[in-house]
Design a protein around this ligand. Structure first.
Ligand code: MG
Length: 257
């Protein structure tokens, strides 16, 4: 009994000592103050946002088409771009093929406006087909999907043959559609496979069609997505071979991220 009592006494004494030591040796955390979770530098660069009314680009954007000329673009087979420029608008010339930007990009925010001509004819994919290729690899579809059904992973705003758009936000022929595309470039492993896939958010006429969508690989017309290691690449605008009337573009700018 005496032994048990001594043991209990020893344990109690040790606990009291430990508590005392903790109490004495370690300061309590300081009470949180608002300033403890705030930092002030570096301050983001001040820019001037674009003016929606006059279709101007933000002050830090690279203007790819301001209605005057195609100097930022070239024929995809080299040489100057030869699409038609008239009245501040450029129009696909199907006899000249795709055009690509002279400059190459990694991750970016891209703004472009496009218009399906009034009186467009054809159906499904053969009606105002074009597209914008991100880093020259991954197509975000452009198509007249106003009262024109097609396979859903080939609709406007689809990641072509991969991911359909969340909704159909098309404006009718003769009206201007607006794309705002936020793209994160992939990172590759040494063996050429993706460490991180590319991701894209597509906003069409102010409506989200793709919400940080993972891009599986190349956007093939025939076959499934392939993994092809690549570096920075240009923006490509598609001159599609369908027989419908060519579409037009205006007010294109990009902000590397
Ligand atoms: Mg297309």
């Amino acid at each position: 009994m005496r032994k048990l009592f001594l043991t209990a006494f020893a344990i109690a004494a040790w606990c009291a000592s430990a508590q005392a030591q903790e109490k004495n040796d370690y300061p309590k955390p300081e009470a949180m103050r608002p300033g403890m979770s705030e930092y002030w530098t570096p301050q983001p660069k001040v820019i001037t946002p674009g003016d929606i009314k006059t279709n101007t680009a933000p002050s830090d954007a690279i203007v790819l088409f301001d209605g005057k000329d195609l100097s930022a673009w070239m024929n995809s087979n080299e040489g100057d771009a030869e699409w038609t420029v008239k009245n501040g608008v450029m129009t696909v010339d199907k006899s000249k093929g795709d055009i690509v930007t002279r400059q190459k990009f990694g991750s970016f925010q891209l703004h472009l406006e496009w218009c399906i001509p009034k009186g467009i004819t054809g159906e499904s994919q053969a009606r105002g087909n074009s597209g914008v290729f991100l880093q020259d690899m991954y197509e975000v579809q452009i198509l007249d999907c106003f009262q024109n059904e097609t396979y859903v992973n080939g609709m406007t705003g689809s990641i072509y043959k991969q991911t359909p758009p969340l909704v159909n936000a098309m404006r009718g022929p003769g009206e201007w559609n607006v794309y705002d595309i936020i793209y994160t470039a992939p990172i590759f492993k040494e063996d050429g496979t993706y460490l991180y896939h590319p991701f894209v958010t597509v906003i069409h006429n102010g409506v989200v069609l793709q919400n940080h969508t993972e891009i599986q690989g190349t956007t093939e017309y025939i076959g499934f997505p392939r993994t092809v290691k690549h570096d920075d690449g240009p923006i490509r605008l598609q001159s599609h071979g369908d027989p419908s009337q060519p579409i037009s573009f205006r007010n294109i700018w990009i902000r590397p991220l």
